[in-house]
Design a protein around this ligand. Structure first.
Ligand code: AMP
Ligand code: ZN
Length: 464
């Protein structure tokens, strides 16, 4: 399998540390508002990656976090805690907000057939683990304390910026343009590991005791803590949206590698954004749609999955209702064809060598940095080919382990009783060599919107 690794900037052969086991961490949702279809794009590509690994025979241990504390509205430690903001907006407690939007997130991922992570873990359940890492970093002198927070000192980590391939001077220039609140912060890129419940956070409702007084963790430390706890000090793959590269993931690397003295992640993968009218779909811009908006418009949530699979994960995609509706039509057609194939399929086991070639081409596409647009095109090629029905279905069901379109749930077509009776009458007429009668019955069947085709084993009925 070949994957694009943000760290090297190259497509690389994927080699897990302890094959067939793969350790895989994905940054999950911040549960202060609705999961929207932009998030779903990222989560679907996570799921796709996992399904390809499983299809290839790997055993995947997948961990995803739920951020329910500490994520400020600015990634650079400026602004307010998103959870507290959500609580104010919806007039609920932070805990109620977290529960409500976690449930909405789960409902959403189920609707688009995303496999649940092996472990889904909440930041607020791992405060102790986060404090332990901060203590370790403090002992190793990677931190400093201000009146307001404990910061990670980025200048102490010489390779800071290696993921975004930015030199420290460039980072400094970029960071200077951002807003900074804490005047005691030494370097604009330094990031908070722990916020004290003082000053602008004096009324913060979520807080825990710590060696630095009551407070709450900075956003980045949770991912290091949970990745380490569930998967170990070094893991195979870590994923997230591209917005995470320059700050969140750089910071995760810095604190994890300084705490443990070993590489944190071997393969970093980042998924590109879903846009609306050329702008990132986001909670803060308010230009988002949820799974409920799709259902209201009678769009099958799996149509969204089909739409995202039609584009590559390293390309931004502009969302339009037209495009998701077109994906819905294609999916409907696909489902009809599968239902039809189920009617036609016999138990005969043909071993058509062309099926093997199709299978290889599909596997090559998905293993080439998840080339799903190609994989989908190959699937349609198979459906249009003259392979027998059971061969087509066998391929399709195997591909669907990766695509996740629930094709094996599709039932055989069921036909009205009168059509079945006519079909039987026609068979009888043919057996009696009464071809005039059999022709008349065929026309009757066609007038009712069906076609009948003779086959080796008798006949098959199809929708016109
Ligand atoms: P958040 O809940 O904001 O922490 O985001 C959860 C995940 O969704 C992160 O990996 C983000 O990078 C990703 N994400 C947020 N907005 C979009 C978008 N418009 N398109 C694709 N991914 C997104
Ligand atoms: Zn993270």
């Amino acid at each position: 399998m070949k994957l694009y690794n943000t760290l090297s900037g190259k497509i690389e052969e994927f080699k897990p540390m302890a094959s067939p086991f793969v350790t895989f961490y994905s940054c999950g949702p911040t549960v202060y508002d609705y999961t929207h279809i932009g998030h779903i794009r990222t989560f679907i590509y996570n799921d796709l990656l996992k399904r390809v690994l499983l299809h290839d025979g790997y055993k995947v241990n997948h961990v995803m976090n739920v951020t329910d504390v500490g994520h400020l509205s600015g990634d650079d430690d400026s602004g307010v805690d998103k959870m507290e903001k959500g609580a104010k907006k919806y007039k609920k407690t932070v805990w109620e907000v977290a529960q409500f939007y976690t449930d909405f997130f789960l409902k959403t991922i189920d609707a688009v057939n995303i496999l649940r992570p092996t472990t889904l873990c909440k930041a607020t359940d791992h405060i102790g683990e986060m404090i332990d890492i901060i203590i370790k970093l403090q002992e190793k002198k990677y931190t400093y304390e201000t009146g307001e927070a404990i910061y990670f000192d980025v200048l102490k980590f010489p390779t800071y910026g290696k993921l975004s391939h930015q030199k420290m001077e460039e980072k400094l220039k970029g960071a200077r343009e951002e807003v900074h609140i804490d005047a005691e912060k030494k370097h604009p890129a330094d990031f908070a590991l722990w916020f004290k419940r003082v000053g602008r956070f004096a009324n913060h409702t979520m807080y825990w005791p710590s060696p630095w007084g009551d407070g709450f963790p900075g956003w980045h430390i949770e991912c290091s803590a949970m990745s380490m706890k569930f998967l170990g000090k070094t893991i195979d793959i870590h994923t997230g949206g591209i917005d995470h590269i320059p700050v969140h993931h750089e910071n995760e690397i810095a604190q994890s590698e300084c705490a443990n003295g070993v590489p944190f992640v071997h393969y970093w993968m980042h998924f590109y954004f879903l846009l609306v009218d050329g702008k990132k779909m986001s909670k803060s811009l308010g230009n988002f749609f949820t799974i409920d908006d799709l259902i209201k418009k009678k769009v099958d949530p799996l149509a969204l999955r089909y739409l995202f699979l039609q584009s590559h994960y390293r390309q931004t995609m502009n969302f339009t209702w037209g495009s998701v509706q077109a994906a819905g039509e294609a999916l409907k057609k696909l489902k009809q064809i599968v239902a039809q194939l189920k009617n036609e399929a016999s138990d005969n086991n043909n071993n058509d060598p062309r099926a093997d070639i199709f299978e290889k081409r599909f596997n090559d596409a998905i293993n080439q940095d998840l080339q799903t647009p190609q994989a989908i095109a190959i699937m349609w090629e198979i459906l249009k080919s003259d392979l027998v029905a059971q061969e087509k279905l066998k391929l399709l069901f195997s591909f669907d382990e990766v695509l996740g379109l629930k094709l094996s749930d599709i039932k055989k077509l069921s036909f009205p009783k009168e059509i079945l009776i006519l079909a039987e009458k026609r068979k009888q007429a043919k057996a009696n060599k009464d071809f005039a009668a059999s022709d008349t019955i065929r026309k009757q069947i066609e007038e009712k919107g069906y076609v009948i085709e003779d086959s080796k084993d008798g006949y098959t009925i199809k929708l016109q």
